[in-house]
Design a protein around this ligand. Structure first.
Ligand SMILES: O=C(O)C1=C[C@@H](OP(=O)(O)O)[C@@H](O)[C@H](O)C1
Ligand SMILES: C=C(OP(=O)(O)O)C(=O)O
Length: 423
């Protein structure tokens, strides 16, 4: 149902990408790692449970504070049962990079969505380093089996801008003989490169290239996780969908490899005020306020896309309300996320009366018409579920989202915040 204008300040739960990395790196480090602000969402909990199955002692002091008693990669043990990564692409791909160079043998499985997502993007370059990974359709899909082995460093030109690929190879490279160099065509998020030096690891970045010398070990540290900009994006979007509203999100990560959506808000005519308040573990954080009425459509593509890849479903919702046409190009990677996010975004927004169509590598939205509302589905994809719920704040008849439980994957407090906005 259409809601009244609001002026609010919130914090959002910890960044999902950074939470995964903090617990994975702590698990292969020697000594204690403390994590504050850990995201207690299903994806990160899948990472924790896989690591526990590998014999890592992880204690939860409370929902967002963890202590990991790391014993180095040598301390990892072969699990008795398959490691279940649930819905999390980051977990399986980074875990493959870690396990490839250990003495562990393990089977990795996930849910139906994971079973459809491509694994060859990490399996193939890891095999070039000497990894022994087998699986369904020659290792293109789960279930996958990894038998840890000796690795050699590599020089890999990554054909896709994927931080999961880059991170998997860097993690394998830490255990390999010789150096590992990854070159991307477009910058992907750089949280791995930003965090590893805090664990005492040498990482050298030179433009689009990242290099790690091999045979390095990690030392436990303290990680403070910034708020997740990808979660905050839904709250800022709420303010843009309800004219006259204003939303501030505090202590949110503003790493430039993630802030593409803020650039697009400005391009659409919104006001974005960024007050940087600190740097936590190499990651800039700040308080970010977004407001604006009478937005206009935009054309986006190219190097901007990896900087807002997870925000495209919510951007489509904002574009539906903005005046004029929005064109999103170069976003084929969306086809291999939790769902095919081009298809699911277009299909579900059409159901609630948005004029939107699918293209080969993105979508076109004709904005400026009232969103009617109705019944739609998350298709089990957290970001689709949240995008549709935000559309509901401006829809004439409201929006009912089936499968909203998927939202717990990344933003467990989303529903309670949206309920507060609506009263
Ligand atoms: O490394 C990460 O933490 C992530 C990288 C991105 O995926 P790709 O690496 O497939 O682009 C992103 O979509 C995902 O939500 C998290
Ligand atoms: C794509 C996502 O995550 P992952 O690849 O880790 O499943 C996401 O959170 O939008």
């Amino acid at each position: 149902m259409r809601i009244k204008p609001f002026q609010k300040r919130y914090t959002v739960p910890g960044d999902k990408s950074i939470s995964h990395r903090a617990v994975l790196f702590g698990a292969i480090a020697k000594g204690k790692t403390y994590i504050d602000g850990f995201l207690h969402g299903e994806d990160c909990l899948s990472t924790v449970s896989c690591l526990r199955q590998l014999g890592v002692d992880i204690q939860m002091e409370n929902e967002s504070s963890l202590v990991i008693y790391g014993q180095g990669v040598e301390g990892l043990q072969s699990p008795l049962k398959p490691l279940d990564v649930g819905n999390s692409g980051t977990t399986i791909r980074l875990m493959l990079g870690i396990l490839a160079g250990t003495k562990v043998s393990a089977v990795l499985v996930g849910d139906d969505s994971i079973a459809r997502r491509p694994m060859s993007r990490v399996v193939e370059p890891l095999r070039l380093m000497g990894a022994q990974i087998e699986g369904r359709e020659h290792g293109r899909f789960t279930p996958l089996t990894v038998q840890g082995s000796r690795l050699s460093g590599t020089h890999y030109n990554s054909p896709i801008a994927s931080a999961q690929v880059k991170s998997a190879l860097l993690l394998a490279g830490l255990q390999a003989e010789g150096k590992t160099v990854i070159r991307e065509t477009i910058h992907s998020r750089n949280h791995t490169e930003m965090m590893l030096p805090g664990f005492g690891v040498e990482v050298i970045t030179n433009g689009l290239e990242v290099m790690v010398p091999g045979k390095q070990s990690l030392i436990g540290t303290h990680v403070k996780v910034p708020g997740d900009l990808s979660s905050a994006a839904f709250l800022w979007a709420a303010a843009l969908m309800v004219p006259g509203s204003r939303m501030t999100v505090e202590d949110v990560g503003i790493n430039p490899t993630r802030t593409g959506i803020l650039d697009v808000f400005v391009q659409m005519g919104a006001t974005v005020e960024i007050e940087q308040t600190g740097v936590w573990c190499n990651e800039p954080i700040g308080n970010v306020t977004v407001y604006g009425d009478d937005l206009k459509g935009v054309e986006i593509g190219g190097t901007l896309i990896p900087r807002l890849i997870d925000e495209i479903p919510i951007l489509a919702v904002i574009a539906a309300q903005a005046n004029g046409r929005t064109i999103i190009r170069d976003a084929s990677e969306l086809k291999v996320k939790e769902t095919n996010r081009i298809t699911t975004t277009v299909m579900e927004l059409q159901k609630i009366g948005v004029n939107i169509s699918e293209t080969e590598d993105g979508m076109v939205i004709e904005g400026g018409n009232e969103i009617q509302g109705g019944m739609c589905s998350s298709h089990g994809d957290h970001r689709i579920g949240m995008a549709l719920a935000i559309a509901g704040l401006a829809a004439r008849d409201g929006v009912r989202v089936n499968g909203a439980e998927a939202i717990k994957v990344s933003f467990p407090s989303f529903e309670s915040i949206i309920t507060q906005l609506s009263v």
